[in-house]
Design a protein around this ligand. Structure first.
Ligand code: SF4
Ligand code: SF4
Length: 675
């Protein structure tokens, strides 16, 4: 074995062993997720496990966001400084006694020495940025208890100060070593070496051992305590992102309530549906809560929180975690999760817009967790929001939340003098035009339905509608937690759809689109589904539709949550608008656009009830449109059309600003309609 100049004493390794044992003992916090229910639908894919782990864990792709530039830079410096120093410390741990010395670099290897000093500087810079943000310019949404709180030992700022001490101690220990031993290539330690020159060698010699032990013990203390501090997220987030199935991310889990109701073995009297306690969540959902870093990005972008509703998606995550730890480890009092820790109003305030999930750096899924708790309120407690329960009853009795007669489902067409083909007579067509309840019953959206017919006719599309056989897809019912009603609607519609022959379903509404495309497959309803903006864009590209350039003035576009964030359709509506603009450069983006778009307030069943607290989301959005200088705002969502039009009236802007639907703009630009 080699003789090493800086060989660590044997009892250092004993203390290290104790620290590691304590570290592993506290990893039980991660294991607490196993208290949840297994999810048979979630299969671990080894390829995705490593890709996610590398992309979102090690390289932290989601941390780097333009909206959060300061914390992104801060986190980059902190994380990479930490990773490199962690690697260096591990290497040093072995090499100091000559173990693996032929394969590993040593402290005075030039590249290793300069890399370690660079990493130390990065870590200190990141920590100072973090400290400034925590103590002097703290964003309102971040947790405000500095040195304690939410089960994190040392709190948010305490752990930063501890790490600062650790990093500075490292530089002083290094400077002492360089001054005393004067190793070769000393100048490569480009921070430690100039630091060593600040004091005489005799002084360094006096303190060298103390500085070394101070740094060594504080490093071991950090390792031992890591799972108890906020830094636990380094491990928890890595495991969480690696285990995320990104294809299923944000999807609502089917409950198959109808099957349960028909199961003769089920104890229907005592059954609890939905989630009221942390242990009733799926394991991966509990892991989400454990992995939350409390960065508050979700809460910062949440439209409910922004408009003063009592909802913070970060709090939802930390409440689930606290409830879990209280149950598993006896940490604190275990109050009821739903109703006491998380209030009903918090749960009903969510519009399921997905902004929180789009921004979360550790890929947490807030919406399914919120809907699971709503399911408990509705299915087990029978407590939907009062106003919304009316729309649920109407959906059940008439097949639409407006509660209008099913026989009137095609009245919009007859009123417009249109004689449109229906599947009950035609049986077969290339396109099944899914009108949606809004298109069938809401006056504004009826104009959209008429526009779509004009487009189909102009492009010579072979289409038909279901007419009175069409029912609500169940989108709102599902998001309001009424899974049984959703399943009833879904099974009924699937039965109808399966009776006819068609190639593609085209629908103007992103909520119908999302449900038909992403949610019906779980019930064996597998169809090719297109949003009308995609279909029109294809018709124009194929030369089957040649609208004139009729859009003048400044035009902007409002991204609907269920088209954009939930389905990644951003360019099709913009492409269509681009073809209609009279002047190049006539299009202007809103400040919050694409995945950063701001919800109109109607999603998640909130179309059917109001949360009294705070201001209105649709007004917040229309004010943004007004400030953008646009005189037309186009949208591609039935609910957004109603909400933005409503906001326009509240602001008294009907004469200065127009809200238009993509289909309407296209239909009005067709040469035939301009004669
Ligand atoms: S889905 Fe939207 S409204 Fe609901 S918690 Fe997330 S950001 Fe807030
Ligand atoms: S849920 Fe995600 S975005 Fe929200 S605070 Fe936790 S880590 Fe940050």
């Amino acid at each position: 074995m080699h003789e090493f100049k800086y060989a660590y004493p044997a009892y250092f390794y004993l203390v290290a062993l104790a620290a590691l044992l304590y570290f592993f003992y506290n990893l039980r916090k991660l294991w607490a997720a196993s208290a949840g229910k297994p999810d048979p639908a979630v299969k671990i894919n080894i390829g995705e496990f490593f890709i996610n782990g590398l992309t979102f864990g090690i390289f932290q792709r989601r941390v780097f966001s333009r909206r959060f530039a300061y914390p992104a830079l801060m986190h980059f410096l902190l994380a990479w400084g930490f990773f490199i120093l962690f690697f260096a410390t591990t290497v040093d741990f072995f090499v100091a006694r000559g173990w693996f010395a032929d394969f590993l670099p040593q402290l005075d290897t030039p590249w290793f020495a300069s890399l370690n000093d660079t990493a130390g500087l990065m870590l200190i810079a990141g920590l100072l940025l973090a400290l400034y943000r925590r103590m002097f310019s703290k964003p309102e949404k971040l947790p405000h208890d500095l040195f304690s709180g939410r089960g994190n030992f040392l709190g948010d700022s305490g752990i930063i100060l501890f790490l600062l001490l650790l990093a500075l101690g490292g530089f002083f220990a290094e400077a002492a070593r360089l001054a005393v031993y004067q190793p070769p290539a000393v100048e490569y330690s480009w921070i430690g070496y100039p630091l060593s020159a600040l004091f005489p060698v005799s002084s360094w010699r006096q303190f060298e051992l103390i500085l070394w032990w101070f740094h060594a013990l504080s490093a071991l203390l950090f390792i031992a305590l890591l799972p108890l501090t906020k830094m636990f997220h380094i491990l928890a987030a890595l495991v969480n992102v690696a285990l995320t199935n990104r294809q299923l991310r944000g999807r609502l889990r089917p409950m198959f309530v109808s099957r349960l109701m028909e199961d003769p073995e089920a104890d229907l009297e005592n059954i609890s549906l939905g989630v009221s306690r942390s242990r009733e969540f799926r394991r991966k959902q509990l892991l989400d809560a454990i992995a939350c870093t409390e960065c508050a990005r979700c809460t910062t972008v949440c439209p409910a929180n922004t408009t003063g509703k009592p909802l913070s998606p970060m709090k939802i995550m930390t409440d689930i975690r606290e409830h879990l730890y209280a149950g598993q480890f006896g940490n604190g009092e275990q109050k009821d999760l739903v109703g006491a820790t998380i209030t009903e109003t918090e749960l009903w305030s969510c519009t399921t817009c997905g902004a929180c999930m789009a921004e979360c750096p550790v890929l947490n899924e807030h919406v399914p967790a919120i809907v699971d708790m709503r399911r408990y309120l509705v299915l087990s407690e029978g407590k939907p929001p009062e106003q919304a329960s009316e729309s649920l009853e109407k959906t059940l009795s008439t097949g639409n939340p407006w509660g209008l007669p099913k026989s009137n489902r095609l009245k919009w067409a007859t009123d417009a003098g249109l004689d449109i083909p229906v599947f009950s007579e035609k049986k077969k067509a290339d396109v099944l035009y899914w009108v949606g309840c809004a298109g069938a019953y809401d006056p504004l959206n009826q104009q959209v339905a008429v526009s779509m017919i004009r487009i189909f006719e102009a492009a010579g599309v072979d289409y038909a509608v279901l007419g009175t056989e069409e029912s609500c897809t169940g989108d709102s019912a599902r998001r309001l937690g009424e899974e049984y009603l959703f399943e009833t609607m879904a099974l009924q519609n699937i039965d109808t759809l399966n009776r006819y022959e068609f190639e593609v379903i085209v629908t103007p509404c992103p909520h119908c689109f999302n449900t038909l495309k992403n949610e019906y497959p779980a019930f064996d309803g597998n169809y090719r589904v297109m949003h009308h903006s995609e279909f029109i864009s294809e018709l124009i590209s194929a030369g089957k539709l040649s609208p004139d350039k009729t859009l003048s003035g400044r035009v902007t576009y409002h991204d609907a949550c269920y088209l954009g964030r939930h389905n990644q359709i951003y360019s099709a509506p913009r492409n269509v608008l681009g073809k209609l603009l009279k002047t190049e450069g006539g299009f202007t983006e809103l400040p919050r656009h694409h995945a950063d778009s701001f919800c109109c307030g109607a999603g998640g069943g909130n179309m059917w009830h109001d949360i009294e607290a705070g201001s209105r989301m649709n007004v917040n959005r229309i004010e943004e449109v007004m400030h953008s200088g646009a005189d037309t705002v186009a949208t591609a969502c039935s609910f957004c059309l109603i909400m933005l039009d409503d906001a326009l009236k509240i602001k008294g802007q009907e004469d200065t600003l127009k809200v238009l639907y993509i289909a309407q703009v296209v239909a009005d630009s067709l040469p035939a309609s301009r004669k």
